[in-house]
Write a protein that binds this ligand. Structure first.
Ligand code: SF4
Ligand code: SF4
Length: 91
């Protein structure tokens, strides 16, 4: 399943997209420890597979939370850690 977490405002749209079908097969879940803002959490999906999501209380402040990672000019730390290429950003 493709899950989108985030929001839109006058300055743009800020969504993180996670392909949770890839998370089910991911053993180390490296995105969780890679994120300095601890935005990722886990849950069990409908098939009892452990997948990641963005914390509910962080979804409306993603632009701010991710600003340091994105300001570095390099690929985001979570994207770098996710060898399955399951994470995408809308901005
Ligand atoms: S590292 Fe990638 S595939 Fe693994 S749990 Fe995180 S987002 Fe999913
Ligand atoms: S860009 Fe940085 S702060 Fe934002 S989710 Fe990825 S690792 Fe976390």
């Amino acid at each position: 399943m493709i899950a989108n977490y985030g929001y839109e405002d006058g300055s743009g749209h800020y969504y993180i997209r996670i392909d949770t079908s890839k998370c089910a097969d991911c053993k180390d879940k490296g995105c969780i420890s890679a994120c300095p803002e601890t935005l990722f959490a886990t849950e069990l999906d409908d098939f009892d597979d452990e997948v990641v999501l963005i914390r509910e209380d962080a979804r409306n402040t993603l632009q701010n939370s991710c600003s340091q990672c994105k300001a570095s000019g390099e690929i985001e730390l979570c994207t770098k850690a996710c060898t399955a290429d399951a994470i995408g950003f809308s901005w």
